[in-house]
Design a protein around this ligand. Structure first.
Ligand code: AMP
Ligand code: GLY
Length: 428
């Protein structure tokens, strides 16, 4: 099978790594790719990533399956465009991707099908938003409706912060078009967990895994939000009974709701959940694999990832649950100094070393320059450790991460702390 991966992050490297293990893979291409992806895939010299260019390439290279990593091309209609050209592609159409690209759409869908989520209002007018704020308990969360790179949600503990957040989005357009409409919702208390489910657009679902990511830049979950500084999988507080409950109360009604409005959902449905005292509530939907959760999930997959993604893309998912190894995995992100703010790139990276059964280094912001691998983004590498226990996985990740060197290397030392804490409590 000839496969094309669209994207350039650690998630895309992990997907390529997983797909490369399939005996059915004949040839792997990726665009734009990075220095690590270039080790496992051919990077075609395309003039850019406009949809027409990607369709022409896939057609010319006789691609059997295209896999899209990030939300922006999905929201921009890449799946619709490929399907119109008769090409097989993994992911939702732009209409179905609204579950991620419009928070107002997602909340209204949840309300209409009874999926548990925080009480909310949708506003494009400051006074109406302000009225909602005054009649609900703080803290409240103000969210830009559109895609904002994971930075469009502001938690407001005081009336002054609420006013500032609403004013910034609605009046001063701090998030541009994405913030012209806002969702304001109640704050949910509990622990967050992500559930990853494959869907084929014809009602079949296949549970992939649970994971937790570490969004803040600082240890102890402090400082500004990032794209994600680390992750681990699986999350032991979610057992198979609670996954069945989530499938029943959240995934199935969501998919039925999408089908009912004529936008059946196919691809990866990644749901961000809050485990509250009243059960799991949806914080957000994502229409693609998570980054860096995927780096912790893919090394755990025992099944043929390529065939699973192909089955989801062609409407024939064969199983209800992906077979996973018993291994636990933790991914530690190595970022550039200053991330998520201003960073400098172009520093040589050394000591990446070789992958084996206890660790893999997935590239994010890297590129080849004069034969050397150099930094090329905020998140540079994701180092995944595997082991029989979460402690072993974390140990293996940090041991490998310590050996990797580049100017300004920044990492969190406490990835998977929640799970480690649970395990140490279990032992006493
Ligand atoms: P979102 O932009 O919806 O992905 O939210 C980003 C992050 O903000 C989430 O991962 C949560 O940590 C936090 N968050 C969003 N909505 C809520 C909520 N209603 N209650 C508590 N935390 C929230
Ligand atoms: N790790 C968060 C995301 O992929 O959106």
């Amino acid at each position: 099978m000839r496969v094309f991966i669209v994207g350039k992050g650690g998630r895309e490297h992990a997907l390529g790594w997983g797909v490369s293990r399939s005996p059915r893979l004949e040839k792997l291409y990726a665009y734009p790719g990075n220095a690590g992806i270039a080790d496992i895939a051919e990077i075609p010299p395309l003039p850019g990533d406009e949809l027409g260019t990607l369709v022409d390439f896939a057609r010319g290279a006789a691609i059997d399956l295209t896999i899209v990593g990030s939300e922006a091309p999905l929201a921009g209609g890449i799946v619709d465009e490929f399907q119109r050209a008769g090409l097989t592609i993994f992911g939702p159409t732009a209409g179905a991707a609204r579950l991620e690209s419009s928070k107002a759409f997602a909340k209204e869908l949840m309300a209409s099908v009874g999926v548990p989520t925080a009480e909310f209002g949708v506003f494009d007018d400051f006074n109406a938003a302000w009225h909602f704020g005054n009649t609900h308990h703080l803290p409240l969360v103000v969210k830009a409706d559109g895609l904002a790179g994971g930075k469009g949600s502001l938690i407001c503990e005081t009336p002054a912060k609420l006013e500032k957040a609403v004013d910034a989005m609605l009046t001063r357009e701090a998030f541009g078009q994405a913030g012209r409409t806002v969702v304001i919702e109640e704050f949910l208390h509990g622990e967050e967990v992500s559930l990853f489910v494959l869907t084929d657009g014809r009602g079949e679902t296949c549970i992939l895994a649970t994971a937790q990511d570490y969004k803040r830049i600082g240890e102890g979950d402090t400082g500004p939000n990032t794209g994600g500084m680390g992750s681990y999988s699986p999350v032991s507080i979610v057992n198979s009974e609670s996954i069945s409950h989530m499938m029943r109360t959240i995934i199935t009604p969501t998919l039925k709701g999408m089908e009912a409005i004529g936008d059946p959902y196919a691809g990866m449905l990644y749901v961000g959940l809050m485990l509250t005292m009243d059960g799991p509530y949806v914080i957000e939907y994502n229409c693609r694999f998570g980054d860096p959760e995927t780096q912790a999930i893919v090394p755990r997959i025992a099944d043929d990832l390529l065939m699973l993604l192909y089955a989801a893309a062609t409407g024939h998912l064969p199983v209800r649950r992906v077979n996973l190894t018993k291994k636990k995995a933790a991914c530690v992100v190595l970022a550039s100094e200053g991330y998520p703010g201003r960073i400098q790139t172009g520093y040589e990276i050394t000591g990446i070393g070789k992958d084996d059964y206890i660790s893999v280094a997935f590239h994010s912001g890297t590129k080849l320059s004069e034969g050397k691998v150099v930094t090329n983004g905020g998140r540079v590498l994701g180092v995944t450790g595997m082991g029989a226990t979460i402690n072993a996985a974390v140990h293996n990740a940090y041991r490998r991460a310590e050996k990797i060197r580049f100017e300004g290397k920044t990492l969190r030392k406490d990835i998977a702390w929640r799970e480690l804490e649970r395990m140490s409590k279990k032992r006493v």
